[in-house]
Each structure stands twice: as C-alpha cells, then as structure tokens.
Ligand binder design. Structure first.
Ligand code: NDP
Ligand code: BG6
Length: 495
C-alpha cells in the first residue's frame, strides 16, 4: 500500500457541478490540510469556461470556515489547484488535459487520480478519453466513480464491461460513501474483534435484523434527480445493502480488500431476489397542519421539479432473506425513506425471547443497536432488576456512545476517509464489480415490476414514521415493538 504523496495529481472531472462544489472540493481541501503533503496538486476539469478563482468562489459557501486557519487552508488549497475547461466527448480536449498534467508533474513519475463527478450520460466518453489520452506514463492511474452504477442489472453489467475493457479492477474505486462512515468502518472490529458476539450472531439467537435509513427532509427541488430513481435505487440497493453485508458476512481471512469483498459477495449470493409481497412502497404528502411556507407542508407531488402524478416511492420497506446456515429464517428488514420524523441510520438486531420464562412474561426482547448516524453509538437493550427491595424488572441499556467515550477524537467525514483510501490504494471500502452485480440481482426483478406496473405508493404524512403498512409488514415477520423502553441519559460527570 503506497501512502498519499505529492506525486499524485487529483483530477476532478465535472469540477463545476453540484457534487463537486458541495462535497468533493471541500473534502479535498480538508484532506490536504490534515493529511496530504502541502504541495499536493489538484486539477478541475469541466465544460464551463471558468477560472479557478470562480470555482473557488462557488465552493466557498460550502466550506465550513470557523477560524483564520481554515481560511488560510482554503486559500492555500486553491493556490495549488488549476482548472481547465474542455469537452467530455472530445479527444483533443483530453490531449490538452494530459499536457496540462504533464506540465504540472514537471517530468517526474507522477500518479493520477481521476474522480468522475459527471452524469451517467457522459460517463462512457470520459472514461474512454481518460484511457486514450490521460493515463499516467509511469505512476498509477486510479479512477473513482460514483453512483449511479447503472439502473438495473443489465445496464450495470454494460457499464462494468465498459470499465473492465479500459481499466483493471485495481484501478477502479466505486464509491459508496456509507462504507466510509465511522460505524460502517467499525463493524468489522465490533463483530470480529469481540468473542462475545460471535456465538449469538446467528439464527439461533437473532429473531430479526432491521436496517433503517430515515431522512427528515424531502427531495427539496431535487425531483429531477430523485424521481427517475426512487428510494430503492437511491439508498437501498447501495448504502443499505452494503450495511447488510457488514452485518451478515462471514469473518474474512484477513483485512485485505479482496478478502473482505469476497465475503460480501458470498453472502450477497445467498440473498434471494426481493418479492413484491415483502415490500411496502410509500410517498409523502404534505402535513397541512404545518405553516404553508414550511417544507413539511409540501407533499412530494407538490414539488415543481417532480413530474405530475409520479408514483415514485420516497419510502420503502423491503424484507430480504438470506439462505445460508447462519441466517435462514431471519428476516433482514430494510426501511428507508425521506420526509420522515427524524434523520437516522441504524442497524438493529432483535434477539429472540428469553427462553424458559420465569419472569411472568415481563421481559422484552434484547436488541443490539448500531447507530450509524447521527451521534454514533452501540447500545444493547436488556432487562435488569430495578434497584430496591422490590423484585421489579426494567428495560435498560449497555451504552457505548462513541462521541462521548472518544471525546476530542475527530470523526472523519465519509468522503474524506474514502478519498484518503484512494490515495493510499486501499480498496477495502470500495465496491467490487461482482458485489455490484449481486446487489443489482437482488433488486432488479422488484424494480422492473415497479417500473412496469407503477403501483400506487401508500401515502404517509411528511414528518411521520412512514406508512403503518410498514409496521404491519414488520409485525408479520415478528419484529416486535413494545414501546415500553425509555432511554435515560446518564450524567457521566456524577459517576
Ligand atoms: P426507538 O424507540 O427510536 O426505536 C425502536 C425501534 O422501534 C425502531 O426500529 C423504531 O422504528 C420502532 N418503533 C418506534 N415506534 C414504533 C411504533 N409506534 N410501532 C412500531 N415500531 C416502532 O429506539 P430505541 O428503542 O432503540 O431507543 C429509544 C430512544 O433512546 C431513541 O431515541 C434512542 O436514540 C435513545 N437511545 C440512545 C442511546 C444513545 O444515544 N447511546 C442509547 C439507547 C437509547 P423506526 O425507526 O422505523 O421508527
Ligand atoms: C445519497 C442519496 O447517496 O445519500 C441521497 O442520493 C441521500 O438522496 C444521501 O440524501 C444520504 O447520505 P447521508 O450521508 O447524508 O446520510
């Protein structure tokens, strides 16, 4: 594994776009400030005729600047960056880009990282032109790509074949930013570095697994982007499926990227394609009790960027079944939606009822929760005796709130970590082509059915927990919610 060094030029293709402005430029700026050598070079490339100063001005509102040092870091970053305008489908533009890179490299053995923040329509042209004109003569060339990786199994296969005809798998870094989140990174350690979890991590002890993605905001004028995808393509087939892999995979023989990814592929291969009976689709409607100018007042269909009468789901719950020794009989329930009551991503393992009950059915099921965001935490919900003369049972928790336990530690942004991994050549948190294929295999029959039949999604009110049909589906799979637990935050300073 090579470390990030000044001999790597980072080329941001699609440098003037939304993702670049809001996420990639600011991330690069932080990376350079905290990790990369001070003379690291960055090049923006896009069609718009802009200067690097204009790019900088566009990024500035999205870069969190709290101190004078932040401002200095921002200025210093852009003083090491250049911008070139050029077409995506024109070889001569990429020849010029290549000359520009060589001139920056000053004849040294330079490495190139290309980050593709471009729409899928120009993806083929850009990658072909990079291969034709812009491969690093001596150093490494790495290509970082973002979703969408196709819109179903067939289109994803075509894309994968195209990329494989140009680059090796070692050169390709398919980003799923959920894999860069602290809790996702922690899952391997929590699962495989603790003997106590091993024996209970299976269908002998676990009743159901629930993976939740909730956003308290709607599509907010991004209907043009969201509507052709819907929530299943937007977060379930990728982010949530990746989290599922981390929960369900077997222990890899090592931490090598390909060992980890091989285990993810193995478990995905055992996941059955999702059937419509195991799915609830929803679409949010406005909460008319809220002020008219609030986001909550607007339903999905009220958004002018959403096509009239769209049946695109903004919410879905789907039950996945893994046919292997460890998981046969344990439903993996993925719930994902926008316009809900809270922002939350978590993995919840619900255990079976305690056997041989001697407590007159007063025990609730144990749960082990990995909260991915916000405020990363691992907690186990369990029964205890309430202190006192009385023999009374109560639900409580073993609580590891990472932000409290590790105060003063930096929790890196997912993109920051993943882009650092690209510099370092660490592919363990990037999606391999066979993983991608399996993930699409699981979702494609369902997506095709939804695309062709266009079932009307169930309405749910903006700011609610989602449609009650989703809770019914969970109950059908015997995921229990008692509503009896309440969390009492301890005042640690008094302990
Ligand atoms: P919740 O009460 O938020 O959720 C428990 C589960 O029950 C979720 O899957 C939730 O579904 C579901 N649920 C909630 N309401 C209903 C309902 N009416 N019908 C069916 N299902 C329902 O979390 P916990 O029980 O884990 O914890 C309670 C609170 O305590 C939470 O706010 C949690 O953050 C907090 N807590 C914090 C800790 C920490 O910060 N370290 C430690 C322990 C607890 P869905 O998500 O789909 O709405
Ligand atoms: C993106 C989706 O991949 O993930 C968005 O396209 C979603 O719709 C986002 O909002 C969620 O990411 P995070 O890191 O904010 O939870």
């Amino acid at each position: 594994m090579s470390s990030g060094n000044a001999d790597t030029i980072f080329v941001l293709v699609g440098a003037s776009g939304d993702l670049s402005k809001k996420k990639i430029w600011p991330t690069l700026c932080n990376l350079k400030r905290d990790f990369l050598p001070s003379n690291s070079k960055f090049v923006g490339y896009a069609r718009s005729k802009l200067t690097i100063e204009e790019i900088k001005a566009g990024v500035k509102p999205h870069y969190k600047m709290k101190t004078a040092e932040d401002e200095e870091a921002f200025d210093s970053f852009f003083s090491n960056s250049t911008y070139m305008s050029g077409k995506y489908d024109e070889v001569s533009s990429f020849v010029k880009l290549s000359e520009h890179l060589k001139s920056i490299g000053g004849g040294r053995d330079i490495n190139y990282v290309f980050y593709l923040a471009v729409p899928p329509s120009v993806f083929d042209a850009v990658t072909s032109n990079i291969k034709l004109c812009c491969m690093a003569p001596k150093g490494f060339t790495r290509i970082v790509v973002e979703k969408p990786f196709g819109h179903d199994l067939e289109s994803s296969d075509i894309l994968s074949k195209h990329l494989a005809s140009l680059f090796t798998e070692q050169q390709l870094y398919r980003i799923d930013h959920y894999l860069g989140k602290e809790m996702a990174q922690n899952m391997l350690v929590l699962r495989f570095g603790n003997q106590m979890f091993g024996p209970i991590w299976n269908n002998q002890s676990i009743k159901a697994v629930k993976l939740t993605f909730k956003e308290a905001i709607g599509t907010k004028g991004r209907g043009g982007y969201f509507d052709p995808s819907g929530i299943i393509r937007d977060v379930m087939q990728n982010h949530m499926t990746q989290l599922l892999c981390l929960v369900a995979m077997e222990k890899p023989p090592s931490l090598e990227a390909d060992d980890i990814r091989a285990e993810k592929v193995k478990v995905l291969k055992r996941v059955q394609p999702i059937v419509m009976e195991d799915v609830v689709l929803g679409q949010y409607v406005g909460d008319k009790t809220k002020p008219e100018d609030s986001e909550a007042y607007q339903g999905y269909l009220d958004d002018p960027t959403v096509p009239k009468g769209s049946t695109t789901p903004t919410f879905a719950t789907a039950v996945l079944h893994i046919k292997n020794d460890r998981w046969e009989g344990v439903p993996f329930i993925i719930k994902a939606g926008k316009g809900l009551n809270e922002r939350k991503a978590e993995i919840r393992l619900q255990f079976k009822d305690a056997q041989g009950d001697i407590f007159s059915q007063k025990c609730q099921r144990n749960e082990l929760v990995f909260r991915v965001q916000p405020n990363e935490a691992v907690y186990a919900k369990l029964m205890t005796k309430t202190p006192g003369m009385e023999f009374k049972l109560e639900e409580t928790e073993l609580d590891l709130t990472l932000t409290e336990r590790f105060q003063g530690h930096k929790f890196p942004d997912a993109y920051e970590r993943l882009l650092w991994d690209v510099y370092c050549g660490n592919q363990s948190s990037f999606v391999r082509s066979d993983e991608l294929k399996e993930a699409w295999r699981i979702f494609t029959p369902l997506l095709k059915e939804i695309d062709s039949r266009k079932p009307t999604p169930v309405e749910y009110i903006f700011g609610s927990r989602g449609p009650q049909e989703s809770d019914e589906l969970e109950r059908k799979y015997d995921l229990k919610y008692s509503g009896t637990y309440s969390y009492v935050k301890q005042n640690k300073s008094q302990l």
